[in-house]
Design a protein around this ligand. Structure first.
Ligand code: M6R
Length: 609
């Protein structure tokens, strides 16, 4: 996590850096800082809290510099203090910003301390600053010093270093954390995400693993992991320039919830028609791979994992292909058996999640037939490192709590079901049912959003609650999990999700009037079973909030509030039922007074393990 931005230019770069940080704040918002080189001086300004606190502290005197680096932090090593905020400095000369973790920081700290370096923070990052300073004593250039220093760092990092005695140079190193160089005219930039640099350039070089680069105003030199000078491809970005506007909504999250009908139209556009799914929408040659696919392995984290869980139900029930789903951080550290002709599918909004990337890397070495990334960010590491890819086209998602990214992932998975199912003997009735569901999906979502006032009203009843249970069955179980994650993430109410058949195996013990139970109940073949589970809760004095199809025959009474969700076909029900749960967590968070878009302790893109 953490956001990095840097610039070498002829003009003052401070506003470029601050705007870059604002755009990177989704990566962490514990503290922010900037180092500017001006008249052979190094000016450091750091503040606890969001980028706003930093920009408020910048003035005409401390805000000057034609070379600068800046950082927004998500704390890993060392608490949230100004001393631990980046940039970190060594020898009053070198300044460093860093994303990732230097795992051997303790031993580095010991040996640097023994050499007389004084540490001013508890961070692992400060070891980078002192190591480079120490090695630089014996080298001719900062580049040589960094090339030598990276050999002593273990872990995942993206880092940028400047030296006030070499004011028009930045040296950057990538190992496990993404860095992208932005090319300007007579000026160049670095950032951990291209979004940070879109106001100043559209031409980017994505650094590869192990690359070290020397960036000057007029030149960029890249040295690969083997020590060779390399040319990397320059790509022209077509990423949306500005998602930074709340369009009149109070929060990004609310805006993103309401965008779902239109972004799902984009996801479907040109890819699916009444005749079926277009060929090769998952990448060139994907149809041939799907024809050979006998098993699908899905790997992801957080909300993306819930999309994968839902897809498992669909792939097995509709496409008739076996599937298993795993959390990336578990997969990467266990020995697993690869089934013959297995397709690996990774899912990620950001495409930069460290655990998912590591899982992909491991899987690629383990004999999977091919890899497919379902992702929202074109050009992200996950997309670049997968053989096949599918862009969800949700547009930039700013709210830390994922909403439209999730529902577009699910729409993408329904298309994957069609694309694989046509090779596996999927019946035309089944295919038509999914196609019809997809065709009506945007309008069903619009109808569902009309429940907002009713849900807002219901959210009042959560104002004094500290715990909650979410229940669902079948493909609604992952939706219950996603609902619970949303509620805990932004309202800080403890929320657990259970497959409702599991209630009697333990969780029933928790039921009382202080434990709201939220139930997702479309009218499907499991409805009767779900109704029995609801009765089990009612018999124990539980208070329920049931999101149900109107034909499901639930009626509000003193123990149950029923919200009727528009009737929809079975295939799209998990997507439709997600929206009321997103709205519920949003309105509960408003009542709780939390920071909806940037909830405490979290970051949008989790680039550390
Ligand atoms: O970018 P990714 O989809 O890989 O992110 C995975 C999770 O970190 C993410 O979904 C997280 O759980 C969200 N904050 C949930 O709202």
């Amino acid at each position: 996590m953490c956001g990095i931005v840097g610039a070498v230019a002829e003009r003052n770069v401070v506003q470029i850096l601050l705007e870059g940080l604002r755009r990177l704040e989704y990566r962490g918002y514990d503290s922010a800082g900037v180092a500017l080189i001006h008249n052979d001086d190094l000016n450091i300004v750091r503040r606890i809290g969001k980028v706003k606190a930093l920009s408020d502290a910048i003035n005409d005197e401390n805000g000057l510099g034609t070379t600068g680096i800046a950082h927004t932090r998500w704390a890993t090593h060392g608490g949230v203090t100004e001393a631990n905020a980046h940039p970190h400095v060594s020898s009053e000369r070198f300044a460093v910003v860093h994303n990732g973790i230097i795992e051997n920081h303790k031993s580095l700290r010991e040996s640097l301390t023994a050499k007389g370096y004084r540490f001013n923070s508890d961070t692992d990052t400060e070891t980078i600053a002192h190591t480079v300073a120490d090695i630089r004593k014996g080298t001719d250039t900062l580049l040589e010093a960094v090339l030598s220093a990276v050999k002593s760092f273990h872990g995942a990092y993206g880092t940028v270093i400047v030296d006030k005695h070499d004011p028009s140079t930045m040296v950057v190193a990538r190992s496990g954390s993404p860095l992208v160089i932005g090319l300007g005219i007579g000026e160049n930039f670095i950032a951990s995400d291209q979004m940070a640099l879109l106001p100043v350039t559209r031409r980017f070089i994505f650094l590869e693993e192990g690359d070290v680069a020397e960036i000057k105003r007029e030149s960029v030199r890249i040295i690969d992991a083997n020590g060779n000078d390399v040319e990397r491809e320059v790509t022209e970005s077509n990423v949306e320039h500005d998602a930074g506007d709340k369009a009149g909504y109070r929060h990004y999250m609310l805006k993103e919830i309401y965008e779902q009908p239109s972004v799902i139209r984009n996801t479907l556009q040109g890819r699916v028609s009444p005749d079926g799914v277009a060929s090769d929408i998952f990448g060139r040659g994907s149809d041939e791979i799907f024809a050979k696919t006998e098993h699908v392995k899905i790997i992801a984290c957080g909300t993306s994992y819930h999309a994968g869980m839902t897809a498992r139900y669909w792939l097995e029930a509709f496409a008739g292909v076996s599937c298993d789903v795993e959390i990336a951080s578990e997969f990467r550290y266990r020995k697993s058996v690869v089934k013959p002709n297995s397709l690996l599918v990774t899912i990620s909004q950001s495409g930069e999640t460290a655990d998912t990337l590591a899982a992909l890397k491991l899987a690629k070495e383990s004999g999977y037939m091919s890899s497919l990334a379902i992702c929202n960010v074109d050009g992200s590491s996950l997309v670049r490192e997968s053989a096949l890819s599918f862009m969800t086209r949700a547009g930039a998602e700013i709210g830390v709590a994922s909403t439209k990214a999730f529902t577009t992932q699910l729409a993408g998975f329904l298309m994957l079901v069609l694309a694989i199912g046509k090779h596996k003997g999927m019946s035309s009735e089944q295919e038509q049912a999914i196609l019809q569901g997809l065709a009506e999906l945007p309008s069903k979502l619009e109808e569902t959003l009309a429940l907002a006032n009713e849900i807002d009203d219901l959210a009042e009843e959560f104002s004094d609650k500290h715990h909650s249970l979410f229940l669902g069955r079948g493909d609604q179980y992952p939706i219950a999990m996603e609902g619970a994650l949303k509620l805990k993430e932004i309202s800080y109410i403890h929320a657990e999700a259970y497959a409702s058949g599991e209630l009697k195996h333990g969780p029933l013990a928790l039921i009382d009037a202080d434990m709201p139970v939220i139930v997702v109940a479309p009218n499907n073949e499991l409805l009767e079973k779900l109704q029995s589970n609801v009765e089990e809760v009612r018999a124990r004095g539980g208070i329920m909030y049931v999101f149900a199809d109107k034909d499901a025959q639930f009626a509000s009474d003193e123990t149950m509030r029923v919200v009727n969700v528009p009737h929809c076909s079975e295939a799209i029900a998990p997507i439709v039922y997600t929206l009321p749960l997103q709205l519920l967590s949003y309105y509960v968070a408003l009542i709780k007074g939390t920071d909806v878009d940037q909830p405490r302790n979290l970051a949008k893109s989790v680039t550390v393990e």
